[in-house]
Design a protein around this ligand. Structure first.
Ligand code: NDP
Length: 303
């Protein structure tokens, strides 16, 4: 039987419409338009696309986006000064530094400088600590989006075995934390796998919920998946294929694929996210929600 598709794009549109209404109500009540400051350093093409998507999504939701596009040669001191300025600016509710930063800048040191109250990516150690204690301020956008998708598609997590492949600070680790929390979208028994894991297929075959955040094209194949499992594909990998154009000339075309071999796995899984149109749109959606919630909290704190 072919799996049901978890339509992340459609779900993201639905949640964004809810956020748009909530932003409008917040602005009516407070006279404040929530604002997100986004810092992009350099001209990484993928980062430029991500930042543009975030900017458009903010605009549509009624959130003000304040873009800071800085040249590749920007030094740490300039970046530190900008973050301090944004931390102090009461009209800014969220601050996001698009990663990766150029190699000459210490990424962790920069992220640690962001005011934890404005840390909409939830990368600051204070926010990570709060999540691990089960009293989050912000939830990191990708795991938050996945958890919402599981809840809204009625996927039971309580008592289920969730296997997360990947242990990054951005996706794998926080995803595992969210699934182990008490309550809705949590209470799962979680296994985290990584490049040193032995007998990976043996473990993934035990998963009721399998989350792949590896960064390797079509890594998860049908034989690694338990029949009927929910498969969430976080990966975004650009692969290139040689084709021949109408003039007989070889041409390279690129395609975005996930960490899951979608065509084979959809024949085994019960529910599966596509790439594109799965996790990606949900990630940006949760950024909007975090910005609104940041603004709500900051107003509360200022009263
Ligand atoms: P990282 O490179 O930081 O982490 C990858 C993880 O996968 C590591 O923990 C690594 O293990 C593990 N891994 C690598 N190879 C294997 C293997 N052969 N077997 C088992 N585990 C392996 O990546 P991210 O977490 O940042 O991102 C993962 C993917 O998700 C990427 O494709 C990225 O583009 C995508 N992404 C998508 C988002 C979205 O919104 N859709 C958001 C963020 C990321 P080890 O730690 O041992 O090296």
């Amino acid at each position: 039987m072919t799996a049901q598709i978890l339509d992340g794009k459609g779900l993201a549109e639905k949640i964004r419409a809810e956020i748009k209404d909530d932003v409008a109500a917040f602005t009516r009540q407070t006279g404040i338009t929530p604002a997100l400051a986004v810092i992009l350093v350099g001209d990484n093409p993928a980062s430029q696309v991500y930042v543009r998507n975030k900017e458009l999504a903010c605009e549509k939701a009624g959130i003000r986006s304040i873009m800071h596009r800085l040249p590749e040669e920007t030094d740490s001191e300039e970046l530190v000064a900008l973050i301090k300025e944004l931390n102090a600016d009461k009209s800014v509710n969220g601050i996001l530094v698009q990663l990766p930063l150029p190699k000459h800048i210490d990424e962790k040191a920069i992220l640690d400088l962001i005011d934890p109250q404005k840390d909409v990516d939830a990368f600051h150690p204070e926010n990570v600590g709060l999540i691990s204690q089960g009293r989050p301020r912000f939830l990191p956008c990708t795991p938050y989006g996945i958890q919402q998708a599981l809840i809204r598609y009625g996927v039971e997590t309580r008592g289920k075995h969730a296997v997360v492949i990947g242990r990054s600070d951005i996706v794998g680790k926080p995803m595992a934390l969210l699934l182990t929390q008490k309550g809705e979208g949590g209470d799962a028994t979680v296994t985290i796998c990584h490049s040193r894991t032995q007998d990976l297929p043996e473990i993934t075959r035990q998963a009721d919920i399998l989350i792949a955040a590896i960064g390797q094209a079509q890594f998860v194949t049908a034989d690694m998946v338990k029949p009927g499992a929910t498969v969430i594909d976080v990966g975004m990998n650009r692969v290139f294929k040689e084709t021949i154009d109408e003039n007989g000339k070889p041409q390279k075309v690129s395609k975005l694929v996930g960490d899951v071999d979608f065509d084979s796995v959809k024949e085994v899984a019960g529910l599966i996210t596509p790439v594109p149109g799965g996790v990606g749109p949900l990630t940006v959606t949760m950024l909007l929600l975090n910005t609104l919630n940041g603004a709500r909290r900051q107003i509360g704190a200022q009263k």
